[in-house]
Design a protein around this ligand. Structure first.
Ligand code: WTA
Length: 632
């Protein structure tokens, strides 16, 4: 093994026991560039059940609008739920859920999961939800979020889950854009022992979203809420109605029928609605989870992500259920009430695989080893990382203190757009802490310069993917031009990831970060444009620019530059007020760490804010080419 000169040199060879137990054939042999990805994916699709087989594995006649398994009839719910209802898997636990305070546990076998999903589907159907209709889901991490998502999919409706930490403005925008007629929410959610009033946020959003006819409210916190008798319905009342009872058939859909849209931040303008479909997404999430984590019948799998983000969609809800696994959902976060919360849960529930984000590891690391060391973590077999690059220090802590040196860490690189892992490690492979590993089976990745030429090994460039894959987004909902221009126009025929990376001589990829104006804060994806527009909605702000700067725990933090309107003066109070404003108008996760009041922002002559220059100034680096700067 060799290493690029300035890349970390340590390599962790797989534990022979784990590697020997890993049931996937030799990675390099299967994943090599010559592998015929169509055959690979077709074979995987055959492992799942289809109402009718496909005619064509990959239809690339209208590229980049790729279609997979065309002609095939399927429904992801058939494979995630229905097919487990026969035989012993009927009684297997599909979901174990634990409340934030740890006092409540709810478990669902595949049989009872199906009953819950049917109840939800019956109710949605009675409200007029059918194939192709969009449904906005704004729920906390409770079992109902899974039921609601699956119920939509079962009926062929398109779910649009909005992370229940987004503001009413952000929610409203997503409801309006998707033209949802139904919103599913809860009275509130528990956040570190306090109630976050979700229903209030929905009320505010819906006031400006006239498409919404019905709001279904799950009781979670017992908080008092305003109920509009014509629009709002307690789920607890609905489920007792006769229409909620009984069987509900799973709709037979085309492989390419939409499954969901998920709004995510882009470099400019409004969030983009990424569209995923039933057939390809099903094959992609099923296969990647199975191959990378070698998920087993007896496993208890814990993905700590919120279903409001893609990681929760693919690897908390769909991927595990498609594999007939037991998925674990915890309502709370890692440090409440104490920083041993997760370790306690792993011990008590015998979790075998933990899949989480580097931010969480870094924040837990700060509390020291004594917290995890109080617990028996011997059930763990594998660990996973996602959402942002993991620094070698955090990697080693995770490996040594949590995995006791026995559990390989699967660093999985992917995006909302890709739907499933694209660059990843596998248990049998020598691991390089800090590297995302190699392209998944059937995928090829490249690092290019601005002209589209591959850069030499070890050098930084733009990361692209060369082959289409089943779980790829199909388009941006209602914006196909932006789909083509954002992802497929820079290097025709290649998918532009928006990340910069390096490849080393062994073919391992090292992700550096975003090359666009997306900022990953604690693994959450935010756009500078969204933060800036939240700023200018405050009466004191004339203009604002947001940039991401390195942060020890969060990976990146938001640093904002603000130009005030005439008549307003900088003050600490105003700074606090603006921070609150961002929290309320976008999300608490978008709260800037620093706000700097300035007289003007560096701009190009055409009026574009030069964030690159701001970033360089903040980091004390050379400002680079400023020839296009307007210095009047
Ligand atoms: C970043 C999250 C380094 C990357 C699944 C990507 C990562 C963006 C990794 C997508 C990883 C994700 N190592 N960086 N293992 N995984 N990223 O859409 O910048 O929320 O482009 O999807 O997260 O973020 P998204």
């Amino acid at each position: 093994m060799t290493q690029a000169p300035d890349l970390p040199a340590d390599i962790v060879t797989p534990d022979p026991e784990t590697a020997a137990g890993y049931r996937i054939p030799d990675w390099d042999a299967v994943a090599g560039p010559a592998a015929d990805f169509r055959t690979f994916w077709e074979d995987r699709a055959k492992e799942l059940e289809w109402y009718e087989p496909w005619d064509t594995v990959l239809d690339d006649s209208d590229a980049p609008f790729y279609k997979w398994f065309t002609g095939g009839k399927v429904n992801i719910v058939h494979n995630a739920v229905d097919r487990w209802l026969v035989g012993p898997t009927r009684n297997k636990l599909a979901l174990i859920w634990v409340s934030e305070d740890g006092k409540e546990t709810r478990t669902f076998s595949y049989y009872s999961l199906n009953r819950e999903v049917m109840t939800w589907a019956n109710i949605l159907k009675a409200m007029g939800v059918g194939k192709g209709d969009r449904v906005t889901i704004y729920l906390p991490r409770i079992p109902e979020i899974m039921f609601a998502m699956l119920a939509c999919a079962k009926l062929g409706a398109v779910h649009s889950v909005v992370f229940a930490g987004f503001s009413s403005d952000a929610l409203k925008e997503r409801i309006l854009d998707s033209e949802s007629r139904l919103v599913i929410t809860a009275d509130g959610s528990w956040v570190n022992g306090k109630v976050f009033e979700l229903k209030k946020i929905v009320d505010e959003a819906v006031r400006h979203a006239p498409t919404v006819e019905n709001v279904v409210v799950v009781k979670r916190t017992g908080t008092e809420v305003a109920i509009d008798p014509l629009r709002d319905h307690w789920f607890g009342d609905l489920e007792t109605l006769p229409i909620a009872k009984g069987q509900c058939a799973t709709e037979v859909l085309d492989a390419e029928d939409p499954l969901y849209i998920l709004y995510t931040s882009g470099s400019t303008g409004r969030p983009k609605a990424i569209l995923h479909t039933h057939g390809g997404y099903m094959v992609g999430t099923y296969t990647t989870l199975k191959y990378v984590f070698d998920i087993r019948d007896e496993d208890r799998w814990w993905c700590t992500a919120d279903p409001g983000w893609v990681t929760g969609h693919s690897y908390l809800v769909y991927g595990p259920l498609l594999n007939g696994a037991t998925t674990f959902m915890f309502e709370g976060g890692p440090t409440y009430p104490y920083p041993n919360r997760w370790w306690q849960l792993i011990e008590y529930y015998g979790i075998n695989i933990l899949y989480t984000a580097p931010t969480a590891i870094r924040s837990l690391m700060r509390f020291g080893e004594a917290w995890p060391n109080r617990h028996d973590l011997s059930s763990l077999r594998l660990l996973g990382s996602v959402g942002e690059p993991i620094n070698p220090e955090a990697w080693h802590w995770y490996h040594r203190v949590i995995g006791k040196g026995r559990c390989p860490i699967m660093d999985t690189w992917w995006q909302t757009e890709t739907g499933s892992f694209q660059i990843t490690s596998v248990p049998s492979m020598p691991l390089k802490p800090g590297s995302g590993g190699k392209p998944f089976f059937g995928q090829e990745a490249e690092v290019l310069n601005e002209k589209g030429e591959p850069v030499p090994d070890g050098q930084e460039g733009f990361l692209v993917l060369k082959n289409p894959w089943p779980a790829m987004m199909r388009t941006l909902y209602q914006d196909p031009e932006r789909y083509v221009s954002t992802y497929w126009s820079t290097y025709p025929g290649k998918y532009l990831t928006g990340d910069s990376a390096r490849k080393d001589a062994d073919g391992y990829f090292w992700i550096i970060g975003r090359t666009d104006d997306v900022i990953k804060v604690s693994g959450h994806r935010l756009g500078t444009a969204e933060v800036e527009s939240a700023f200018v909605s405050h009466p004191a702000v004339a203009e604002a620019a947001a940039i991401g700067l390195p942060h020890e725990v969060k990976g990146n933090m938001i640093h904002a530059y603000v130009v005030l309107r005439v008549g307003y003066a900088p003050s600490e109070d105003l700074e606090d007020e603006l921070r609150q404003h961002i929290s309320q108008h976008l999300s608490p996760i978008a709260k800037p760490d620093h706000i700097e009041f300035v007289d003007a922002l560096p701009k190009t002559r055409s009026g574009k804010i030069m964030r690159r220059v701001l970033r360089a100034r903040a980091l004390g680096l050379p400002e680079g080419d400023t020839s296009t700067m307007d210095d009047d």
